[in-house]
Design a protein around this ligand. Structure first.
Ligand SMILES: *Cc1c(COP(=O)(O)O)cnc(C)c1O
Length: 379
């Protein structure tokens, strides 16, 4: 039986500028974790995002690890963290031997619930045991509800790390994702909206924090001629070649966001009438990149559940995925406290991401829509 070509969830979408920058890196022999593309990529990301300073690193996970490292946690310190996110958000908490306490998502944004955060901080303040940090993820291209989140954290003086790995180019009240926390983090992994094949970035309005992240990312080398080390560092710097890819990707970012948003709108127009199908909301003050088109399927309304739709897509060689499995449900985090959790569990049980690549063709789009509609007709 002939198989349709594999349709991926979010494949890289490269323009021509990327190759030009990479060729430049080769021509100038800057094939190293140092070089002119790195500084230029950091500068250009600051200009785009409004961050004051940035350091490019080897992954989003490395960037989050550095962000936590900057806060100088002690083993056993508590860190509050989104539960509805990718595991990369929380793993650096364990790298630092700190203790994650997860917090549920809210329905309006699918991101960390501001009311639960406020209550958790109040309760901890009363006990005189505030957490050392809060990590909030901006999931699937949409910012969390930052005004109440930041107000709650500021009331208690708890620093916020913003995991904007999935939200490069998203805005909230006109401001870029990644600029709301004391430290922000981006990912340029192969499936993200801006990719360097693999990479990440630490950004902040506080230049001294970023300078310190830079030092920790380069084995904490002291600024003297020989190799002098007074503290423990990491080898986390991004390659100059990959920073060249990033510069090219940044030039095409706005267009790719438009294409992903248009794709979401077309999916909603083509599938929104199906019984029990509900697309992800976008609050008025936030602009999502629609990194992935996400929807929920209520089996009580349509007689069809998410897994049936997933199986139908897979049978046609189309990659679709359930939404993130909440971290408090992951075996790795078994036994960790979670405040609430029912919303994230419901999103996981009913949620689906459809192929959302910015390079998707009309034929590919029609193929996905056809398979989903057919599955509902057969129900
Ligand atoms: C991708 C991702 C990360 C990790 O980024 P990598 O570059 O893959 O290490 C962290 N958090 C979230 C929410 C992500 O989606």
């Amino acid at each position: 039986m002939s198989q349709s070509p594999r349709l991926y969830l979010s494949p890289p979408d490269l323009g021509t500028e990327e190759q030009r920058f990479v060729a430049e890196a080769f021509a100038s022999n800057w094939v190293a974790p140092a070089g002119p593309h790195l500084a230029a990529f950091e500068r250009e990301m600051c200009a785009a995002s409004g961050a004051v300073a940035a350091v490019a690193v080897s992954s989003g996970t490395a960037a989050l690890h550095l962000a936590l490292r900057l806060l100088e946690l002690q083993p056993g310190d508590e860190v509050l963290c989104s539960t509805f996110t990718f595991v990369g958000t929380a793993n650096p908490i364990l790298y630092e031997r700190a203790r994650p306490v997860f917090i549920d998502a809210e329905r309006a944004t699918w991101n960390l619930d501001p009311a639960l955060l406020a209550a958790a901080l109040e309760e901890r303040a009363r006990r005189g045991r505030l957490p050392r940090a809060v990590i909030v993820a901006d999931i699937y291209g949409l910012c969390a509800d930052w005004d109440p989140l930041l107000a709650a954290a500021a009331r208690h003086g708890v620093p916020v790390i913003e995991d904007a790995a999935e939200a490069v180019g998203a805005t909230y009240r006109g401001r870029w994702a990644g600029t709301f926390g004391r430290i922000g983090v981006y990912s340029f992994n192969g499936n993200k909206i801006l990719t360097t094949s693999g990479g990440g970035m630490v950004v902040s309005a506080d230049r001294s924090l970023v300078e310190r992240a830079h030092k920790l990312a380069t084995q904490a080398r002291e600024p003297v001629a020989h190799y002098e080390h007074a503290e423990l560092g990491f080898n986390y710097r991004l390659s100059n070649v990959l920073a060249g890819i990033g510069r090219g990707q940044l030039l095409g970012l706005a267009a790719r966001i438009e294409r992903r948003r248009a794709l979401f709108d077309r999916y909603r127009a083509a599938l929104g009438d199906l019984p029990g199908v509900e697309f992800r909301p976008e609050p008025a003050h936030a602009r999502s990149t629609r990194w992935l088109t996400c929807l929920l399927i209520d089996p009580a309304a349509g007689g069809l559940d998410r897994d049936t739709v997933l199986a139908a897509l897979e049978a046609d060689n189309i990659e679709a995925r359930p939404l993130w499995k909440p971290l408090h449900c992951q075996p790795l985090y078994h036994g960790c406290e979670c405040i609430g959790g029912a919303v994230a569990e419901d999103l996981f049980n009913r949620g689906l991401c459809l192929p959302s690549g910015s390079g998707m063709t009309e034929t590919e789009f029609e193929r996905v829509v056809h398979i989903v509609r057919q599955a509902f007709q057969r129900a």
